[in-house]
Design a protein around this ligand. Structure first.
Ligand code: C2E
Ligand code: CA
Ligand code: CA
Length: 562
């Protein structure tokens, strides 16, 4: 049995067994049976046994205990061991000829018996090994069942026990509850890990007892997220209060850590247990930045949007296959010429969904950015756009450059450059036919790598417009080294500049930056003649917006080309 020799209580390659036995002959017999596989330590008295446990109990895997000892009864030794919490986990096998003592030994915590006179060596071996393995499994479970810091259940066990709870209480309505600590990373950064740990322990402990009071269980999911699964209650505010009420010594800075809570009440038991907590988490994140109620309840509206999102993800593959995604075109005009001249267009996707009707990208783009489908959708839009440009060139003998949107996620695609230039070649276009709009926020993060990627695209021949400029937080120093061909200012600049009490200062600053970079400025979201003229006055070059045209299907766009 070589691999059972290396358990985690083993010492010097062998597990150690303490034999508590005063008779020499019995000592020798047990040594003979066990010494090959185990490190056997002998104690001749109860006192010596307890001393051995006190000094090196951590190294012991098992105690074989005789009940007839010269200084005290074996049961007394057993009681002492079980009363001392540190050694309660140590498994004990009682050795006795006295059948009567068995029941009492069991109540005191003995695990098994070996009768006297001793049975065959292989029987002794089997019992010893089985007992050690059982106790080590139990220790292992205990080690992974509980979170080290807070003593709450760990994720896996929590979900398992919650499922068990349902199994035994199928009629009991239950709530899935998530508790988050607001800005926990900031607490950690500001006051140190020790303070952070103290808060986690405090919150965990209070949640544990609150959950127990309700008849439920609690778990620490990850850093600062806690879960509870409890029989249904309406007292959420009270629950949150109880968990929030930190004692003086747990408070860092001026006030106690602020908690927020999400509840999925009367959770649908047909739903996967983890999904139920996803919903509670969704409700918690809804109240993330609100100062009023810190309790969010999963409701019908959230359910609606979840279902909607699910439906969109599910129908995505068919939508690509069946070309439900349509590409619309919105013209951009050069307004420094009189009259303004069409100079390019932007390709904008629409989803003609068989059940939901025409869906605007505002509803599905953010979702697809989250789950990664955006890459496939973008590539589809690029191809469709390229095909359209090709068609216009062939049929009308003319075309304008069309810009396509490139998402942040695309920028991390190692094959991006190959994909885009592949499309240009496949449709026989020139690199100037396809402009790329890259949103400013794509540059945040690993900007070195992204700037490198943009350089590559430009070396290839593509021209780049920085989209939504002013909505992200790119630094001035980065902008000054940025390889771009146009700045497209964020629509909200136009909105606020031309709204009540607004001013055009931000527009002017953006125009200054463009001039500094030596690139034209594109203004989008321009809806009125007044806005267009003001922009022209300020020196803005290109305008896109409802004033000229909404995004329209290709057939309608052809009117601008003719
Ligand atoms: P965006 O790239 O900033 O596109 C401009 C949005 O402003 C478009 O909304 C356009 O219809 C709208 N717009 C244009 N002129 C006006 C105006 O005068 N007034 C108002 N109120 N709005 C105007 P749309 O088409 O709904 O697209 C929204 C966003 O969805 C886009 O913002 C873009 O971020 C994303 N998107 C659209 N198509 C694609 C695509 O193929 N790929 C990717 N990755 N994103 C896309
Ligand atoms: Ca755009
Ligand atoms: Ca934009």
């Amino acid at each position: 049995m070589p691999d059972t020799q290396s358990g985690f209580h083993s010492f010097g390659g062998k597990r150690r067994i303490l034999v508590v036995e005063d008779e020499f002959v019995n000592q020798e017999i047990l040594k003979m049976i066990l010494a090959d596989a185990y490190d056997v330590v002998i104690a001749g008295t109860g006192e010596a046994a307890l001393e051995e446990v006190r000094t090196s109990g951590d190294r012991l895997s098992l105690i074989l205990l005789d009940l007839n000892l010269p200084d005290m009864h074996g049961l007394e030794v057993l009681r002492c061991l079980k009363e001392d919490g540190r050694y309660a986990r140590l498994p004990v096998i009682v050795m006795t000829a006295d059948r009567e003592a068995e029941v009492e030994s069991l109540t005191l915590g003995a695990i098994d018996f070996i009768p006297k006179p001793y049975p065959q060596p292989k029987v002794v071996h089997a019992r010893v090994l089985r007992t050690i393995e059982l106790s080590e499994d139990r220790d292992l479970i205990r080690g992974t069942e509980r979170d080290r810091l807070t003593g709450l259940y760990t994720r896996e066990y929590f979900f398992r026990y919650a499922e068990q709870f349902d199994l035994y209480h199928p009629e009991q309505a239950a709530d899935a509850i998530v508790i988050d600590i607001n800005h926990f990373h900031m607490i950690n950064e500001r006051y140190g890990k020790q303070v952070g740990d103290r808060i986690l322990k405090g919150v965990g402990g209070r949640l544990q007892s609150a959950a127990e009071d309700l008849g439920g269980i609690a778990c620490r999911l990850d850093a600062d997220t806690f879960l509870a699964y409890c029989p249904h209650t309406d007292g959420y505010a009270e629950l949150l209060d109880a968990v929030s009420s930190a004692p003086e010594e747990e408070i860092a800075g001026e006030s106690a850590a602020r908690l927020r809570m999400g509840v999925y009440t009367n959770a649908d038991k047909a739903l996967d247990i983890e999904r139920r907590f996803d919903r509670a988490k969704l409700a918690s994140d809804k109240v993330r930045n609100t100062f009023s109620g810190a309790v969010g309840i999963y409701d019908d509206a959230m359910r609606e949007s979840e279902l909607y999102a699910e439906q969109m993800v599910e129908s995505f593959p068919a939508a690509i296959r069946e070309k439900q995604f349509l590409v619309y075109f919105q013209p951009k005009f050069n307004i420094q010429q009189d009259p303004p001249v069409l100079c390019s267009a932007e390709a904008l996707v629409r989803w003609n969904h068989p059940k939901l009707g025409m869906v605007s990208p505002g509803l599905f783009i953010p979702l697809f950015e989250q789950n990664g489908l955006i890459r496939e959708l973008d590539a589809y839009v690029w191809r469709e756009t390229a095909a359209q440009i090709r068609e216009w060139k062939d049929w009308l003998g003319t075309s304008v450059p069309v810009s396509v949107n490139v998402s942040r996620l695309d920028m991390y695609d190692p094959e991006l450059v190959d994909k885009l230039s592949g499309i240009v070649r496949q449709y026989g276009l020139s690199y100037g036919d396809l402009l790329l709009e890259i949103t400013e926020s794509a540059y945040i993060g690993d900007s070195e790598q992204l700037i490198g990627k943009v350089r590559q695209l430009r070396e290839c021949g593509f021209r780049i417009e920085m989209d939504d400029f002013g909505s992200g937080y790119s630094s001035l120093s980065m902008i000054s080294v940025l390889p771009i061909d146009a700045l497209k200012m964020d629509m909200h600049f136009i909105r606020s500049a031309f709204s009540e009490g607004g001013n055009t200062r931000m527009l002017e600053i953006t125009l200054d930056i463009s001039r500094f970079l030596g690139v034209p400025t594109v203004a989008e979201g321009v809806e009125t003649k007044e806005q267009m003229l003001a922009l022209k006055e300020m020196g803005c070059d290109i305008v896109q917006g409802y004033y000229f045209s909404r995004p329209v299907p290709p057939r309608e766009f052809e009117a601008f080309l003719k």
